[in-house]
Design a protein around this ligand. Structure first.
Ligand SMILES: [Fe+2]
Length: 230
């Protein structure tokens, strides 16, 4: 299974990371179930230093703390679920563990895609990169796509805006991920994701400031990471 296939099962991520100086957009948590099915996932070491231009350090540190909570809860859920299954349990409590796992695990992974796509020194879009040619072919112009993507970011609701690619046809779509795990076009690959839960912006921009937050995120998007996902 190649890396694109590996990440495609769910869907996407912007923002960023290259704050650590190294970038691997497809990198997933180092620890995982390979070998030991009860092994924990480790929180990815995103280091935002003094913050990102336009986003405060307090906001980013709080957001990273929330991300680590998803990792912790995913590890606990995965253990509880597997132990229950090994014991042959299959009742309502086990079923609810599975339902909750979709929320917690997706919350962990999609935050990783978001953080690794943001950078204080982001890569600029590469001229003539196939992604940008396809964006222009799909929406007419890059600006028209961004307008539609920003409109996705500012939709009422709790969730994520995502630019995704259907691997069966190569089609690009702007999608809305409700919470972390709902309304995802199944099987699409994440190209870019932006967290638009209120915790991602209220501290800096206020409850009515989602649009200003998206404007602040726009210049932080690391197109090197985004293009790598295409
Ligand atoms: Fe978040």
């Amino acid at each position: 299974m190649d890396r694109r296939t590996m990440i495609g099962t769910l869907a996407t991520g912007v923002a960023g990371a290259a704050l650590t100086g190294k970038l691997d957009a497809m990198e997933t948590s180092k620890a995982g179930p390979v070998g030991d099915p009860l092994a924990d996932y480790a929180p990815r070491p995103f280091e935002f230093g003094s913050g990102l231009p336009g986003l405060s350090k307090d906001l980013l540190l709080e957001h990273l703390s929330l991300y680590k909570g998803y990792v912790t809860r995913s590890n606990a859920l995965l253990k509880d679920l597997l132990v229950a299954e090994r014991e042959g349990k299959a009742g309502a409590m086990v079923q609810e563990l599975r339902r909750r796992l979709g929320f917690e695990f997706s919350g962990m992974r999609i935050h990783e895609w978001y953080f690794e796509g943001l950078s204080a020194t982001p890569g600029k879009p590469t001229e003539n990169h196939p992604l940008h040619k396809q964006i222009a072919a799909t929406w007419g112009t890059w600006d028209a796509w961004w307008a539609a993507f920003k409109a996705t970011c500012t939709m009422p609701g709790i969730g994520w805006a995502a630019l995704v690619r259907d691997p069966t046809t190569g089609r690009l779509m702007n999608a809305w991920f409700q919470d972390h795990e709902n309304a995802i076009p199944v099987g699409t690959h994440p190209i870019l994701v932006v967290d638009v839960w209120e915790h991602a912006y209220v501290k800096d921009f206020g409850a009515a400031g989602r649009g200003k937050y998206v404007d602040a995120v726009k210049p932080l998007i690391d197109w090197k990471a985004v293009e790598h996902r295409f």
